[in-house]
Design a protein around this ligand. Structure first.
Ligand code: SAH
Length: 264
């Protein structure tokens, strides 16, 4: 059973890229300083939660604001760092609004890596990974995970598959052909590092599907009888994986969300 953290949960959680330990000073850039001071109207002495993906979650008090900066002092650890599922998402970029949705939902659903890949029918030929990374960080802060997903630079699909780690199953979400339903296909595989591949709005070319399915680590899966939009398929596939073998399962200990004490 997960230990209940001894301290109340601040309403504001921030991902910071600096070491976290008692007494550690943390500087925030102008964007974060502006957000805390002028959007959240926080002041000197107010407490926020900070995490960096390595040292767990800590409480930190605002020391002060300056022109374009804010400094915090870290006080106490609220939650120790915990292991998280090893789950990658490869997806073909789709139109702007929906691609932001994919980055946000994949973060909430615990993806450890988000990797845009160009398939033969992928429409957008460029991806703003900085914007996707910002979406992923914001979602990680909101959903109280202790890491942020790695946002990998987009590559052609065949480059991503070349040198693929054999121990990582790649579940190919195939909208066409005779494929096993996802639950059945997953039950036939040993639990371990996993990845999902979701195609573009135009779908995979049949020749593309045939080539990918020849790879030893690829397992085609069906997501039901209806054709889902790519962003819907991402949510459906990641949710199934978490429910069947990720951290939504009882074997992995406490399945309740992190202890939510009344926000301070
Ligand atoms: N426009 C295409 C569908 C593309 S949907 C057509 O009408 O055929 C975008 C992606 O979502 C697909 O490439 C696939 O990866 C995934 N997907 C959608 N529905 C699915 C289903 N029922 N089973 C498995 N994958 C699905």
């Amino acid at each position: 059973m997960a230990e209940h953290p001894p301290f109340p949960s601040p309403k504001t959680r921030l991902y910071v890229d600096s070491p976290l330990a008692e007494g550690q000073a943390v500087g925030l850039d102008h964007e974060r300083a502006h957000f805390l001071r002028h959007v959240l109207r926080l002041d000197k002495g107010d407490v926020v939660a900070v995490f960096n993906g390595r040292d767990g979650e800590w409480l930190a008090a605002i020391d002060g604001f300056g022109k374009g900066w804010c400094s915090l002092t870290v006080s106490a650890q609220r939650r120790p760092q915990q292991g998280e599922p090893d789950l990658w998402l490869l997806f073909a970029p789709i139109k702007r609004g929906r691609i932001d949705f994919i980055a946000e939902k994949a973060s909430e659903l615990g993806a450890s890596r988000i990797w845009p890949v160009f398939t033969r029918r992928t429409d957008p030929n460029r991806v703003n990974t900085d914007r996707l990374r910002a979406n992923a960080i914001e979602a990680a802060e909101q959903c109280e995970r202790l890491t942020v997903p790695e946002l990998s630079e987009p590559v052609p699909l065949d480059k991503a598959l070349a040198g693929w780690p054999e121990e990582r199953t790649l579940y190919l979400c195939a909208e066409a052909g005779h494929v096993r339903p996802i639950a059945e296909a997953m039950r036939a595989r040993p639990r371990g590092p996993a990845a999902f591949l979701v195609g573009p709005e135009g779908g995979f070319q049949q020749s593309e599907l045939d080539e990918i399915c020849k790879l030893p680590f690829v397992v085609p899966v069906g997501l039901g009888p209806r054709i889902l939009r790519a962003d819907t398929a991402v949510v459906a596939a990641l949710a199934c994986w978490q429910a069947l073998s990720g951290d939504w399962t009882a074997e992995d200990g406490d399945t309740r969300p992190p202890f939510r004490s009344p926000a301070v």
